[in-house]
Ligand binder design. Structure first.
Ligand code: HEM
Length: 515
């Protein structure tokens, strides 16, 4: 680290081509050689207001702080300004943001919460620190290069049983040490701890990587845990939870999406085997999955079968508008022989297997979508404060403040509804949840995905052209705007969710209700 101290007068002498210093947040940088390599061009650095001067305000109007921490640029620092201290710092691992509305109120000092305890806060700190240290660096890289999640990250996650925790509480947690003992399996209350995990995993500004984080198993393993035979579970579950094998949920097809009943993949009995033929589309983690929890048409209806990858299973990456790191695949089953013992639940009863899984899946998607939306609120709060227009910050414009008001209201409304729903889930049996919460969760999901898209539109207006570039200042907004539509589709399309909520409510209308 550069420790040499300079006065402002000394820095001011280095103000020309070939001999160029600037100060940013009390740190002195020698840009003499870098000027010609500067992505923003050399000439901007020689401006009278920049060369040899304190360029802090201009710098933060154009760059994210992370630029200064990239090793190739951190090297340019030669010292600091004598008697001054750098004050703009990246968050330390586990640190909670102090930007208003950047965190759920339960994390804001002075606010009360009926749902969370100090144990939850401790857990949140540990999970955030873990995510920042072990997941975030690869999340950013993979989101950009589209490569699958590195095995080392998966191993690290399984070391603290993060993969198992992502499936919620249950017997699969028994005997496991969770997050190095921060929470016990008994204590892992139905959803609050899991909600914390989903919230933290969604804070990286990379939607593709969010789905790469073993999302396939999160949505595809519960049917094995809830409906698989003990033998099947013993063979499959430990390897998936320890990250040695990957699993994907394979329901949707080119022929049927939210209308699950219309799927065309068939499973025909041949003695002790099923012969499965058909195709599946949009399968998250499919390119690298070893197992597929697959919806099939059978003689007596719809049946869910666990298919193991073999030579008759082929997967092909589908190009989507989000990162290929999610491993979204087109899957072809070509007369795959699958032991009948791999059937999940009763033959012909697949619809209830899938439907019982949906509540948890939709709730998870909602939690992650809301967390990503909150990150956008934080980005906009920061940007609108630091961006100067005509000598004043953007926040001095009423129209910008009005957009911020709308964004904050949406994310806070979503959070309160989500926490309330999570509390119900904590206190209901699985069966109760299926009958009472399918509708409300559908409505909540469509509310959060719709508000996410409105927030994406508002954020794009606030960031302007910067919201359209994949790198640089607006990269989080660009990623969110490009991918928030995924939340409106995955696990049930927005319109279908809204309709489900109303239809379920209609079923419960008292026959005597009159105006
Ligand atoms: C340590 C000093 C600096 C480093 C390491 C640096 C680095 C970079 C990098 C990496 C970019 C690409 C965009 C991004 O990733 O955010 C960039 C863009 C830019 N930089 Fe710098 N820069 C420095 C100082 C400055 C200063 C003092 C100015 C003052 C005018 C400046 C003006 C610009 C401009 C105008 C762009 C283009 C921004 C855009 O396209 O939105 N840079 N710089």
């Amino acid at each position: 680290m550069a420790t040499k101290q300079y006065t402002e007068e000394e820095v001011a002498k280095h103000n020309k081509e070939g001999d160029l210093w600037v100060t940013i947040d009390a740190k002195v940088y020698n840009l003499s050689k870098f000027a010609d390599l500067h992505p923003g061009g050399a000439s901007v650095l020689f401006a009278e207001s920049i060369a040899g001067k304190d360029a802090t305000q201009t710098f933060f109007g154009l760059h994210r702080l992370e630029v200064l921490h990239r090793p190739q640029y951190a090297r340019l620092q030669i010292g600091t300004i004598a008697g001054e201290e750098s004050v703009i710092k990246p968050p330390t691992p586990g640190e909670v943001s102090r930007v208003p509305y950047a965190e759920g109120t339960w994390l804001v000092p002075g606010f009360q919460t009926p749902y969370y305890t100090d144990r939850h806060r401790k857990f949140q700190t540990v999970v955030r620190a873990f995510c920042m240290e072990f997941i975030q660096p690869d999340a950013i890289k993979c989101e950009e290069n589209g490569k699958r999640i590195p095995q080392e990250v998966v191993d690290k996650m399984s070391e603290v049983n993060l993969i198992a925790m992502r499936l919620g509480p249950g017997k699969h947690l028994q005997g496991r040490t969770l997050m190095n003992g921060t929470v016990t399996p008994e204590e892992f209350d139905y959803f609050q701890y899991e909600l914390i995990i989903n919230t933290e995993l969604a804070r990286f500004g990379g939607r593709g990587f969010m789905d790469a984080l073993i999302a396939g198993a999160v949505i595809g393993l519960p049917p094995v845990l809830n409906y698989g035979s003990p033998e099947l579970q013993a063979r499959i579950v430990p390897d998936v939870l320890s990250g040695k094998k990957y699993l994907a949920l394979a329901i949707s097809e080119a022929f049927a999406g939210s209308d699950v009943g219309g799927i065309q993949t068939t499973a025909v009995r041949d003695g002790e085997f099923w012969i499965v033929t058909g195709t599946k589309k949009w399968i998250t983690n499919g390119t690298f999955a070893d197992y597929f929890t697959t919806g099939c048409k059978t003689e007596t209806g719809f049946t869910v079968i666990l298919i193991e990858r073999d030579d008759n299973v082929s997967t092909k990456a589908i190009k989507t508008s989000y990162s290929a790191t999610a491993g979204t695949a087109y899957v072809t089953f070509d007369k795959v022989r699958v032991p009948v013992g791999n059937t999940l639940g009763k033959v012909g009863n697949g619809m209830s297997v899938i439907l019982s899984n949906f509540n948890h899946e939709r709730w998870m998607v909602t939690g992650m979508a809301l967390s990503a939306q909150r990150v956008v609120v934080e980005e906009c709060m920061k940007w609108a404060s630091q961006r100067m227009v005509f000598g004043k910050p953007l926040t001095s414009q009423a129209v910008i403040r009005s957009k911020l008001a709308a964004m904050i209201s949406r994310v806070e409304a979503g959070q309160n509804w989500l926490e309330h729903t999570t509390y119900q889930m904590n206190n209901m049996s699985y069966a109760e949840m299926s009958s009472k919460l399918a509708g409300p969760i559908g409505l909540l999901k469509q509310y959060v995905s719709r508000s996410g898209q409105q927030t994406a539109t508002d954020a794009t207006q606030i960031f302007g052209g910067r919201a359209l570039t994949v790198t640089g200042m607006g990269k989080v907004i660009e990623n969110f705007s490009r991918t928030s539509a995924f939340d409106a589709i995955l696990a049930g399309a927005e319109d279908v969710m809204a309709d489900l909520g109303v239809r379920q409510a209609m079923k419960k209308m008292p026959s005597t209700a009159r105006l």
